[in-house]
Design a protein around this ligand. Structure first.
Ligand SMILES: [Zn+2]
Length: 331
């Protein structure tokens, strides 16, 4: 891949433009048709891609603008799921938690249209496509069918594998499997990692996994077992403390380092990002480091999400400039 040193990327999601949120609610109330909503989704993907381009992101996404939520979207499209209604997750926040009520199987393409559209609007062939992984799909669903949880997760992995194959055929060159829940249950981690590997088996693309908030000590011993090129982590929020742990376990893959706190509306300065990257480089060789925010930017106001991307890219550029001066980078 023809990417600069310390490639910059995003984790996936980006704030939906306000007008898209309004179009979605108009559609729910029957006031605009499905094809009109589709047009709004397409326009929003273009707007997000353009934000990524202006900020200078090397590996952009479409902001996952078509997805309300990372489990629901896929559960609605796979065989074996049923929705009863919203459940309260915290305070007054609700989400539609799906139930698994029969054998999970691949039903229909889920992101193929999205990939084809993204490919047409992307300013680079190296756009990233994200898909929720098998363990997180299972963890955030009710199980009313499987006696064996492991069997459920492996059926999900097979369905996800079918989809990823189709995404690569449609032109995706970089695939990220999102597994924020993978370190939620210590006694299941070992086979959860095997299930993720099953989901990416035989895929000819650059493969990444996203793991974020939680106790990295649980997943650390298994990190090198993942059959992917890169794992990207939330690190800024932990003040980079997990780096020592990763070093101790002999972590050897590419690391996508979170240098932007997505839960804090204060925008990091470019100098702060520069210093953080220098710290990363004390632990890992430059060739193995990618730079990204800790997690998806979706919950931030759009202007703040954009400013954070700009600071991230400028901080990376400061490091690149310095490396050029010292001769560590040719140009
Ligand atoms: Zn995350």
């Amino acid at each position: 891949m023809n990417l600069p040193a310390l490639p910059t990327t995003v984790i996936g999601s980006y704030p939906r433009p306000k007008w898209l949120r309004e179009a979605i609610s108009l559609h729910k109330n029957g006031r605009i048709a499905k094809d009109e909503l589709q047009e709004a989704f397409n326009d929003a993907a273009v707007a997000v891609m353009r934000d990524h381009q202006i900020a200078g992101i090397d590996v952009p996404t479409d902001g996952e603008v078509r997805r309300d939520e990372m489990v629901e979207f896929f559960a609605e499209r796979m065989k074996g799921f049923k929705f009863y209604g919203p459940v309260r997750v915290w305070g007054t926040a609700y989400y539609r938690k799906p139930s698994i009520v029969s054998k999970v199987e691949y039903g229909q393409p889920m992101l193929v249209d999205e990939v084809q559209f993204t490919k047409n609007i992307s300013y680079t062939p190296y756009f990233k496509v994200t898909i929720t992984g098998p363990y997180t799909m299972a963890y955030w669903s009710y199980n009313e069918y499987y006696r064996d949880r492991k069997e459920m997760v492996f059926d999900l992995a097979k369905a996800i594998n079918s989809e990823i194959r189709n995404l690569v055929s449609a032109g995706a060159q970089i695939i990220q499997v999102d597994e924020p829940a993978i370190h939620s249950t210590p006694e299941e981690v070992e086979w959860a990692v095997e299930a993720v590997n099953e989901s990416v088996k035989g895929i000819n693309a650059k493969l990444m996994i996203h793991i974020c908030y939680g106790d990295y000590k649980i997943i650390a011993p298994y990190l090198n077992e993942f059959k992917v090129d890169q794992i990207n982590f939330a690190l800024k929020i932990y003040n980079y403390k997990p780096l020592k742990l990763f070093k101790e376990i002999g972590y050897e893959k590419e690391i996508g380092a979170g240098v932007i706190d997505v839960h804090n509306r204060n925008v990091e300065t470019e100098e702060e990002v520069y210093k953080d990257i220098k710290r990363l480089m004390e632990y890992f060789p430059m060739e193995k480091i990618w730079i990204n925010p800790d997690c998806g930017l979706k919950l931030l106001p759009r202007s703040i999400a954009f400013s954070k991307m700009v600071s991230m890219v400028k901080g990376v550029e400061m490091v690149r400039e310095e490396l050029k001066k010292t001769g560590a980078l040719s140009k």
